[in-house]
Design a protein around this ligand. Structure first.
Ligand code: AMP
Length: 398
């Protein structure tokens, strides 16, 4: 059996999966794990393999040590690079700017280009580069492929991609809408035409990636024409801890009158806002329990979330003109039936009718949750970004 290794490197963590690219979205990976607390006094490597969980705790000063320890732990338990044939390594890269519209085989030149994009994603791209450089040293003979979170949104028309901000300043600083979660939106928007039994280029759809981060996209004939995340992943829908769209004047107000630094405002808006900022929790399971207990802040957070979600769905319906399908995915989209029901409530006059029984079924594979006579079909399709990255990496590997 041959596998692809997928790496998702963050500033203090590396997530890894070893998986068969022919898996379905709901199959468990062959092995998976996490290196966390890189650079802190005590780091951890967690490996899930063969139904067991293995743990290593020790200081992990950098990504190089982290990835090497992960490989050692894999080798110790029988799934290391010498025991398993790895045919390609797929790297999730957050920002591809306007340089990358599709996955690329990684060369020194590609690494330099990803480094050039660091000003656009100062928290993410440096970690992605670290992961690539370390993995290329450990597995020099295997093709490495970069898959960009922004790639799918290269087709955005100028009216959706360009902000109404001074064009010289925007041009000099790379200010425009790039969009994120592209791997997931692309994966979903390719699955939906199969479910409809129609060619991709005939399907207009709205894809809703509702996880801890959340974004939506309008996709016409397989090409993205709009998306809710922007130059950064902060804009658009209300998220677990991020604000989504807010008046940018709030930033100036907090800076000038609350004496907050730009870094503090950045942290506030990315980590202490969204559902968490209103209710105190960012997980929808905890939120549902609080709502059941009558907590007014939890109820308000939920209402704000649904309000914003419906706004986007409505605007994308108008942008697309004709809509064939609306699809929910990711942790919240796949599991929270109440979110789906409330997002789609009272839209019969637009041709959307949810079947409550279908909607209440537990998460499984791709499924329709609309009634047979709903003109716009509503689906739940489990996403799997690692699997999509593994497939790209395998397809591109020579
Ligand atoms: P993701 O970013 O796609 O991994 O989604 C993670 C989020 O999904 C969590 O923070 C929860 O809010 C949500 N989630 C996961 N499982 C459930 C569930 N069974 N019911 C409701 N929400 C869930």
């Amino acid at each position: 059996m041959t596998y692809a290794l997928v790496l998702n490197s963050g500033s203090s963590s590396i997530k890894f999966q070893l998986l068969d690219p022919n898996n379905s979205a709901t199959d468990e990976p062959f092995a998976s794990g996490l290196v966390e607390q890189i650079g802190e006094p005590l780091g951890r490597v967690i490996l899930k393999y063969g139904g067991e969980k293995h743990l290593l705790e020790e200081p992990i000063p950098n990504h190089s040590v982290g990835l090497n320890r992960a490989f050692e732990l894999m080798s110790e338990h029988g799934c290391g690079p010498a025991q398993v044939e790895i045919t390609a390594v797929g790297h999730r890269v957050v920002h591809g700017g306007i340089l990358f519209s599709a996955p690329e085989i990684i060369t020194d030149e590609i690494v330099d280009m990803i480094k050039d994009l660091i000003p656009l994603a100062p928290l993410h791209n440096p970690a992605n580069v670290d992961g690539i450089e370390v993995a290329r040293k450990i597995l020099p003979d295997v093709p490495h492929v970069a898959v960009f979170d922004t790639g799918f949104f290269h087709t955005l028309p100028p009216a959706a991609a360009i902000y109404a901000i001074n064009k010289e300043v925007a041009g000099e600083n790379g200010v425009r809408r790039y969009g994120f979660h592209g791997t997931s939106h692309e994966y979903i928007s390719q699955r939906v035409p199969e479910l409809l039994g129609k060619p991709t280029d005939e399907v207009n759809q709205i894809t809703l990636h509702l996880g801890n981060g959340a974004s939506c996209a309008a996709v016409r004939g397989g090409q993205a024409i709009d998306t809710s995340m922007g130059m950064t992943p902060l804009s658009g829908l209300v998220m677990g801890t991020r604000t989504g769209d807010i008046d940018p004047g709030i930033v100036f107000h907090l800076y000038r009158t609350a004496n907050m630094s730009i870094d503090e405002i950045d942290t506030l808006m990315n980590k202490q806002s969204g559902i968490k900022g209103i209710s105190g929790v960012n997980d929808f399971r905890a939120l549902a329990e609080m709502i059941e207990d009558g907590d007014p802040d939890a109820w308000l957070a939920y209402q704000i979330y649904i309000h914003q979600l419906r706004r986007y769905i409505g605007s994308y319906m108008i942008s697309l003109g004709r809509v064939d399908a609306i699809t929910f995915t990711a942790g919240v989209g796949e599991n929270a039936a109440n979110v789906r029901a409330d997002a789609m409530a009272e839209l019969e006059m637009y041709g959307i009718k949810i079947d409550p029984e279908r909607n209440a079924l537990p998460n499984s594979g791709p499924r329709e949750i609309s009634t047979d006579d709903s003109t716009i079909k509503v689906f739940v399709v489990p996403t799997n970004e690692e699997l999509a990255i593994a497939r790209y990496a395998t397809e591109l590997a020579p």
